[in-house]
Design a protein around this ligand. Sequence first.
Ligand code: ZN
Length: 223
Amino acid sequence: MPAIPIEKIVRSRRKTIALEVTFKATLVVRAPHRVPQAYIDAMIQQKSAWITKKMAEMRARPQAHARRYEEGEVFWFLGRPYPLHFTDEPGDTIVRTDRLEVSRALIPDVRIALQRWYVEEAKKEITARCLYFSMMTGYSPTSIRITHAQGRWGSCTYRGGLNFSWRLVQAPLSIVDYVIVHELVHLRQHDHSKKFWAKVEALMPDYQQRREWLRENERLLKI
Ligand SMILES: [Zn+2]
């Protein structure tokens, strides 16, 4: 079997090796500083069936810019893929099972209907996580709003309110959490100074990995 190419190896103070197949169907390895390359190669060899399967899944996913809103097309919610499925049920609600079930009646407006669904889900999920982290940290936003922002995942207003793009709810919960913690810390520290990152790290020691995931995948979450 040909060796699986590694896009990059990210070394850090972590204690274990993690293999991650990105949305671009490439392999990223996260490893402790001292683990030898041969050990990593052996692990990839051992997990090759899983990696190949994941890569095929990721490749099957249409690119973000080529959305067609067709039967079977994959949409992401909290880091998991949901194929779009049109049903003959009447009504304008979208139901998430292991698929996203959408009434055929919505087809003319399916893009808008899906966006509305994402906004509603984002309100529930992001608000709940934000309140949780607010309680944990003692940093309290004056408001939490879900926006249609394309270029940024979250922002902090001068009045102390937090905004999050509904697009964020496509990402895994660990990434949602990172953006929330990042914005909560901005309530006290408005810049991206060393002091800011130190506060983020104190709350979320592995924030760098999450930040990097977002950088690697954000282009694909911009539907
Ligand atoms: Zn920031």
